[in-house]
Ligand binder design. Structure first.
Ligand code: ADP
Ligand code: ZN
Length: 618
């Protein structure tokens, strides 16, 4: 049976995405591979389809190594729903349960076995693999989240280092490493550490065209976030990232008060509670998770409709990975970030005050500047993001700057005022000051602190009286992004000149800025559910009244099935599949054939009920 047949029969999809087919053919034929694909690109099928094909051809079991214990249950559940024999071995199983899985494994009853890396390298498990190997029943090793092997990656797992045993002990068994982390250093490390130098590398485009990037200037962050959710995503599932635990708690509460179904998640919560919040997010519709970056790795909920950053991430890699959790189902999704001058100062301080070596800190500062450059950009965000990952592209038409090109003003003169003020203050007082004092001087404000230091005597006092504080803040952020001022954290976050400052002072470099637009008034925060009364379940495609009703009933039915099976709703059917059913209003089994996401097993298991729900809601 061909690979595309398996794609249709088991998974119910018509065609492969991007490089999936090449990868599957290569690995299915016994080749080693390194697969670099962005989050949501469709990595799982790249090992699941070869696993199924090779099992059917008599090669035995595929072992999937994954660090994400909490998610194995759902991954295996999804395979069961599709009619594939799968199991997992990890510390959540009792001794008896683990024994049962081992027996099935040795009997050859399992097509895909998920296991944690620390499990793989135990003598007991290795002995079982030996037995399978001797019988030619070890088909493939798929090493997921392979960047965990590298300390350059962001989730280093020492246990991954021991996986070289696979190569040494089970020579000839094909191996594939999969990851969404792109940078060259990590990639080289994966190949070396896992001894995959001979493997064929498949590098996909990192573009996620269905994600719309928007970066806004921080004013009243919470109100801005509320407005964004209420206008664009009422009732949608989403993730809101905040920097601190306290802020996570505060924002979750504020969202709840505004009638949004929000939950907090951070490392300070009791682990049971954390797990239950994660389960609710995965299993229920329309939950908003407010979280620190402790949340998210391996979250493969496909219908996350937005990822919002209320604080600036550390770097573009982090930003891209976090925003990549939106829209894995390929339907449109938003990546929304709100950032301000203080974010930059804070991030800078965290780097400078951290325990790392100077060389490392220098690299981190460079990465922060690149992110700031993205935030301050006046051209296509996607082009910038992809360029950061080494990919050239044209303006995308699906980011804030493409959709609403920002008005731009020449801030060179304002920048010169600020820079020369820094220079003059230092000359006069022998010390540096922070952003507030600088702006007061330039705008000619006679504050107590200005008087106290005699700063009204400076020749730049009041030269920028016509500029607003908002404008000057924008100029300062831009200067930070350009590396033309630096935050001195040793001296109370004061601003100091750099090498780059000179070029601007001499007029050799221009400073172009986005115009700060005044925002519409914040909506009133109505209490409780009132806000949501008018909104309804938003389908991924345009549906008319009757179809919309059908969609809502299909969703309700799906929720019931998911609860019975103790699985997330999307494992039963994706929203897109339900919407297609609602639109087609099938009357018979034939009408159901060919709907994307409707594999043979699901048709068998659910067609009857789906047709019943459709008939009743007609
Ligand atoms: P990744 O692991 O790369 O982040 P997944 O394997 O979780 O991505 O796939 C993301 C989503 O895309 C899943 O919901 C999956 O069912 C869907 N998907 C993958 N390949 C295809 C395809 N060829 N056609 C339709 N949907 C697909
Ligand atoms: Zn764009």
């Amino acid at each position: 049976m061909s690979y595309s047949h398996i794609l249709q029969e088991i998974f119910g999809y018509d065609r492969f995405r991007g490089p999936q087919q090449d990868i599957i053919e290569h690995v299915g034929g016994g080749g080693d591979a390194l697969v670099l694909m962005p989050t949501g690109g469709g990595k799982s099928l790249c090992y699941q389809i070869p696993a199924i094909a090779r099992q059917r051809a008599g090669h035995g079991v595929t072992i999937v190594i994954s660090p994400l214990i909490a998610l194995m249950h759902d991954q295996v559940g999804a395979l069961h729903e599709a009619g594939v024999s799968a199991a997992f071995l990890n510390s959540t199983l009792s001794g008896e349960e683990a024994y049962q899985v081992e027996q099935r494994l040795l009997r050859g009853d399992i097509t895909l076995l998920y296991a944690a890396p620390e499990r793989i390298t135990t003598p007991r498990f290795l002995a079982q693999l030996d037995a399978l190997f001797e019988r030619g029943q070890l088909s493939l090793f798929a090493i997921d989240e392979a960047h965990c092997v590298s300390q350059w990656g962001h989730d280093f797992r020492p246990e991954y280092r021991a996986l070289t045993v696979l190569h040494e002990r089970f020579a000839g068994v094909p191996r594939m490493a999969l990851t969404a982390t792109a940078d060259d250093l990590t990639r080289a490390d994966i190949l070396e550490r896992l001894q995959l130098q001979e493997a064929r590398a498949f590098v996909s485009s990192f573009d996620r065209p269905n994600i719309r990037y928007t970066i806004v200037e921080k004013r009243e962050a919470t109100a801005q976030l509320l407005r964004f959710i209420e206008r664009e995503h009422p009732d949608d599932a989403g993730i809101v990232y905040c920097q601190s635990r306290k802020k996570v708690e505060d924002i979750a509460q504020t969202l709840c008060e505004a009638g949004i179904d929000a939950l907090p998640y951070h490392a300070g919560l009791d682990s049971k509670l954390r797990q239950s919040h994660q389960d609710r997010f995965l299993r229920e519709d329309g939950v908003v998770m407010v979280a620190t970056i402790a949340f998210g790795m391996g979250i493969d909920k496909p219908d996350v409709r937005f990822v919002a950053h209320l604080d600036m991430p550390k770097n573009i890699e982090g930003y891209y990975q976090e925003t990549g959790r939106a829209g894995r189902d390929g339907l449109s999704a938003d990546a929304w970030m709100c950032y301000g001058l203080n974010d930059v100062v804070n991030q800078r301080r965290m780097i400078d005050e951290g325990p790392a070596e100077e060389e490392f800190k220098q690299a981190m500062r460079g990465k922060l500047e690149a992110l700031l450059g993205l935030a301050e950009a006046i051209d296509c965000r996607r082009t910038r993001l992809l360029a950061y990952f080494g990919e050239a592209s044209q303006p995308c038409g699906n980011c804030d700057n493409c959709l609403h090109p920002p008005a731009v003003w020449d801030g060179t003169q304002a920048a010169q005022m600020l820079l020369s003020t820094i220079y003059r203050i230092h000359k006069l007082s022998g010390i540096s000051f922070g952003a507030g004092q600088l702006m007061d001087i330039v705008r000619g404000k006679k504050t107590e602190k200005v008087a106290q230091h005699g700063h009204e005597r400076l020749s730049t006092f009041g030269v920028g009286a016509h500029l607003s504080e908002l404008q000057l803040r924008g100029v300062l952020r831009q200067l930070l992004a350009m590396g033309a001022v630096m935050v001195d954290v040793q001296a109370f976050n004061t601003l100091v000149l750099t090498e780059q400052s000179r070029a601007i002072l001499k007029g050799e470099l221009q400073v172009r800025l986005r115009e700060s637009v005044s925002l519409p008034k914040a909506p009133k925060l109505s209490k409780g559910k009132a806000l949501r009364a008018g909104s309804s379940v938003k389908p991924p495609i345009e549906l008319d009244g009757v179809a919309l009703q059908r969609y809502a009933e299909l969703k309700a039915w799906r929720a019931e099935v998911a609860r019975e099976h103790n699985l997330p709703a999307y494992v039963i059917f994706h929203d897109a599949t339900l919407a297609a059913i609602a639109q087609r209003a099938p009357q018979s089994l034939d009408d159901l054939q060919g709907i994307s996401g409707m594999g043979v097993k699901k048709l068998e298991a659910y067609a009857h009920e789906v047709l019943r729900v459709v008939a009743l809601s007609a």
